[in-house]
Each structure stands twice: as structure tokens, then as C-alpha cells.
Design a protein around this ligand. Structure first.
Ligand code: ADP
Length: 267
């Protein structure tokens, strides 16, 4: 609570008064704290790849460049770390764009079976490389009203995670179906899109925090799979911008299930 005293004098004849203002600043302070934590996290995340690039470049300049094998492996690291920086900056910009509502959604009706087919086509090479089966099914003639690029981003993020956190030989599955609500006119009908995998799963204690920015269960694993730790927070923001929701169910060693629900577009 913040307390302010403001002297008051209504008119010449009246007694001077005192206005006491008590303001609950919990929410403001929390927002300030979150913002400064985010800046600290971003700086830390950016520093790691920059330090690697700098270190390996210096070693090369110091003479390692003369040994072709060493040179190549160091250059590879510099290249990979630069790519990582690029992804990180891209995700940070994306998140800030979404949060500041600077780029409103451009919604149009999307027919899910065809849309899913196109998206899965984009991911099939990644899945095949890891020997992961990618399956999908959408009810015929199922439509949502959504921003096509953004919906694509949501699903690509979820499927990419499924591939990243599933060992070779596993499976990632995407289904889209209609879920009927209670309204007789169907006004609260929804489309439910489920992305499930047979991967490593997420420990129960981490589940509530999984959509937070930069939260990872296993930093090393996220790093080695090229993750930025921002994917799921972008997914959550985008789902909410669409007046939808996202939740997760998971069992360690069995797999995870991300459930996205969006309002249905009435035919
Ligand atoms: P990252 O870039 O690290 O993948 P995300 O925001 O996409 O960041 O996910 C946050 C964390 O949630 C990941 O680091 C990982 O620990 C966990 N996670 C996300 N998806 C899955 C999944 N399908 N299976 C297991 N863990 C997952």
C-alpha cells in the first residue's frame, strides 16, 4: 500500500483539510518487477551466445585458424551460435509485438484439414530426420476464424517441441475436432486442436510454469535442440489473442498433450 497526503483548501472561509490517499500498488509493482526480470533474462540469454562467438573468434585469431580441422569446428560453433542469436532476437521481437498489440490479428476463415496438411508438410522433413512419426487428422469441413500466420506459428511451435522432446522412434500426433458447448444455437462450440507426443514428458512441478518466458525444464536439452525458451509463451499469447486457450497434460516418460481451443466459425 502506498500512502499520500494531499493538503486541501476548498474555499477561503472553510477549514483547510487533508486528503489521505491509500493506493494498492501491488499490481503495478508486480508489473515493474516482471519487466525488470525480463530485461535481466534477455540480457543473460543474449550474452551466452555472444560470449561463445567472441571466445571462439579470439581463439581462431590467436592461431587456431592455422589448423584446418580446429578452424572448421570453431567456425561451425560460431555459425550455430549466431543462428541461435538470430532466433532469440526474432522471438523477443515477436513477443514484444504481440504484447504491445502493435500488429493486430488479420483473421479469415481457415479450413483446418487443408491447413493442417500444409503445415505438417513443412515439418515432415524435421520429423523424418529424427525418425519420428508425424500423424494428423482433422474433421472434414472444420473451420476456424483465425490469423493464418499466427495459427501456423502456434502449431509449428507445438509440433516442433513435440519433435524436439521426443526420442527417435516416437510419434507426434495432431488432431482437430469440433467440441460442442451447451448453447442450443452452438454459439459456444469450439475447435479443439491437440498436439500430443510420446516423448520425455514434463514433471508435474514444472507444468504450471511451462508457459512462462524463458522457463525450461532442462536448460541443456532446450539449448541443444535449438530452443529459445520463448516458444510456449508466444503460443499462449497468440491463443489468447484469438480468444482461445491452451493447456497441457503430461506424464514423465510417457508423453505430453497440448490442447488448444479456439472459438468455432459457424458455417
Ligand atoms: P524451448 O525453446 O526451450 O523449447 P518452449 O517455451 O517452447 O521453449 O518450452 C518451454 C519448455 O517446456 C522446454 O524447455 C521444455 O522443457 C518444455 N517442453 C515444451 N514442450 C515439450 C514437450 N512436447 N515435451 C516435453 N517438454 C516440453
Amino acid at each position: 500500500l502506498e500512502l499520500n497526503l494531499v493538503p486541501l483548501r476548498m474555499g477561503e472561509e472553510e477549514e483547510p483539510g487533508l486528503l489521505l490517499v491509500l493506493q494498492d500498488v501491488t499490481a503495478i509493482r508486480r508489473l515493474e518487477r516482471m519487466r525488470s526480470e525480463f530485461v535481466a533474462n534477455v540480457s543473460h540469454e543474449l550474452k551466452t551466445p555472444v560470449a561463445a562467438v567472441k571466445g571462439f573468434a579470439e581463439t581462431l585469431l590467436g592461431g587456431a585458424v592455422n589448423d584446418p580441422e580446429t578452424a572448421e569446428s570453431f567456425l561451425r560453433i560460431i555459425h550455430d551460435e549466431s543462428e541461435r542469436l538470430n532466433r532469440l532476437i526474432g522471438d523477443i521481437l515477436e513477443l514484444s509485438k504481440i504484447e504491445s498489440r502493435r500488429s493486430p490479428l488479420q483473421c479469415s476463415p481457415i479450413e483446418l484439414p487443408a491447413f493442417l496438411g500444409r503445415l505438417m508438410g513443412l515439418m515432415s522433413a524435421d520429423a523424418a530426420k529424427k525418425n519420428i512419426g508425424l500423424e494428423w487428422h482433422a474433421d472434414p469441413e472444420l473451420f476456424v476464424e483465425a490469423d493464418e500466420d499466427r495459427l501456423g506459428q502456434i502449431l509449428l511451435n507445438l509440433v516442433q517441441n513435440g519433435i524436439n522432446y521426443t526420442p527417435s522412434g516416437g510419434k507426434v500426433q495432431v488432431t482437430a475436432e469440433l467440441v460442442q458447448g451447451t448453447d442450443p444455437e452452438g454459439l459456444d462450440d469450439k475447435v479443439r486442436i491437440v498436439v500430443s507426443d510420446t516423448g520425455i514428458g514434463i514433471p508435474k512441478k514444472d507444468l504450471p510454469r511451462i508457459f512462462e518466458r524463458f522457463y525450461r525444464v532442462d536448460k541443456a536439452r532446450s539449448r541443444s535442440s535449438g530452443g529459445t525458451g520463448l516458444g510456449l509463451s508466444i503460443v499462449k499469447h497468440l491463443a489468447e489473442l484469438h480468444h482461445g486457450s491452451i493447456r497441457v497434460e503430461s506424464t514423465v516418460g510417457v508423453g505430453s498433450r497440448f490442447v488448444l481451443e479456439l472459438p468455432l466459425l459457424q458455417p
